[in-house]
Design a binder for this molecule. Structure first.
Ligand SMILES: Nc1ncnc2c1ncn2[C@@H]1O[C@H](COP(=O)(O)OP(=O)(O)OP(=O)(O)O)[C@@H](O)[C@H]1O
Ligand SMILES: [Mg+2]
Length: 250
């Protein structure tokens, strides 16, 4: 049982990594659930499933589950059935859910949509078996402190460049805010140079792996092919092994 959240600056490769890891875990026989918690929804495409309805759009369901009597709300609405009803499965049998837009507004925002989406995440984190992968932009802290407590590992995806490394600090803060202790780093779009190597040496968190820059990713995206069908999977397999080791504490 492994619960992994994947975060990082826009465009670094979070969705690509989530999709390829989902494929590799499924290939190993795990039952995999992948949740798109990013506002720029693209995980379903990367996993080769068509449109998946964002859960935030289920106004009637949200109303029915969250609203209590006289304008009150339930903070722990029932959501267990949502997982089967509003998810899709791809050809690897990976289950895909899309959270949709979460209203920003800090910890104090108790709008019904947020209560519902938080309940979905909590449910996923505490009930799901085998592998759970969360694709989430840096900035998910508005989901509230403690929502992701129970996530085993936060993977910060970075590109070898200063701007991306600065987000590492934000990710550390994010991990702290939502209560995740273990943070590992994946370096993506790596192009060999002395400067890049130096930057990587400075990362003071475990580096789970390095994925080279390759046109194969760009081509796969252009042709709308899931990345795991078009790119070298070796670096990803190594990342998968390393994150299992890190989760299991060795
Ligand atoms: N190693 C790589 N080499 C070259 N291109 C890559 C690599 N990894 C990802 N890409 C490309 O970079 C783009 C962004 O990747 P991806 O969508 O996975 O990032 P993201 O972090 O999820 O972005 P967003 O913040 O928009 O959700 C895509 O076009 C993808 O194909
Ligand atoms: Mg993405």
């Amino acid at each position: 049982m492994v619960k992994i959240a994947i975060s990082g600056k826009g465009g670094v490769g979070k969705t690509t990594l989530t999709a390829v890891l989902a494929h590799l875990f499924a290939r190993d026989g795990y039952s995999v659930t992948a949740i798109d918690a990013d506002s720029a929804i693209n995980l379903p495409t990367a996993l080769g499933v068509g449109y998946v309805r964002p859960l935030s759009e289920l106004k009637d369901v949200i109303d029915e589950r969250v609203r209590g009597p006289m304008g009150t709300y339930r903070l722990n609405p029932r959501v267990d059935d949502i997982f089967e009803t509003y998810s899709a499965r791809n050809e690897d049998n990976v289950r895909v859910l899309v959270l949709g837009t979460i209203e920003k507004g800090g910890d104090g925002c108790f709008c019904p949509e947020n209560a519902f989406l938080r309940a979905i995440l909590r449910h996923a984190i505490f009930r799901e078996r085998d592998v759970l992968l969360l694709d989430m932009e840096a900035g998910i802290e508005h989901l509230g402190r403690g929502t992701a407590r129970g996530v085993d590992l936060l993977v910060a995806v970075v590109e070898p460049g200063m701007r991306s490394f600065e987000t590492l600090e934000r990710i550390e803060k994010l991990a702290k805010d939502i209560g995740i202790e273990k943070v590992g780093v994946v370096v993506n779009k790596y192009i060999e140079s002395a400067r890049a190597r130096e930057l990587i040496r400075k990362i003071d968190r475990p580096v789970l792996g390095i994925i080279p820059y390759s046109q194969d990713f760009v081509k796969a995206d252009l042709e709308n092919i899931p990345p795991y069908k078009a790119v070298n999977l070796e670096p990803f397999a190594e990342i998968k092994d390393n994150l299992l080791k890190m989760v299991n504490g060795s």
